[in-house]
Design a protein around this ligand. Structure first.
Ligand code: SF4
Ligand code: SF4
Length: 62
C-alpha cells in the first residue's frame, strides 16, 4: 500500500493537491492539506507530489 504524507510546515493551503487527487482522499483542515479519506484508497499515482508547488507531499510504498 501507499502512504502519502503532507508536510504541514511546507503546505500553504492552495488546495491544488485536493483538487488533483483522483482518489479524493485529500482535504483541508485548518488551512492545511491532510489525508481526510481512506488512506488505503491511495493508488500511488504521485499526482499530489508533482502538483504541489511547495514539495509538501511525499509518497512512500510499504
Ligand atoms: S498519490 Fe495519488 S491517489 Fe495518493 S494521495 Fe496523492 S494524488 Fe491521491
Ligand atoms: S498542493 Fe501543496 S501547498 Fe497546496 S494544499 Fe496541497 S500540500 Fe498544501
Amino acid at each position: 500500500m501507499y502512504v502519502v504524507s503532507i508536510n504541514a510546515d511546507k503546505c500553504e493551503g492552495c488546495g491544488d493537491c485536493i483538487d488533483a487527487c483522483p482518489a479524493g482522499i485529500l482535504g483541508m483542515i485548518d488551512g492545511k492539506a491532510q489525508v481526510t479519506g481512506a488512506e488505503t484508497d491511495c493508488m500511488g499515482c504521485e499526482t499530489c507530489v508533482v502538483t504541489c508547488p511547495n514539495e509538501a507531499c511525499s509518497l512512500q510504498e510499504l
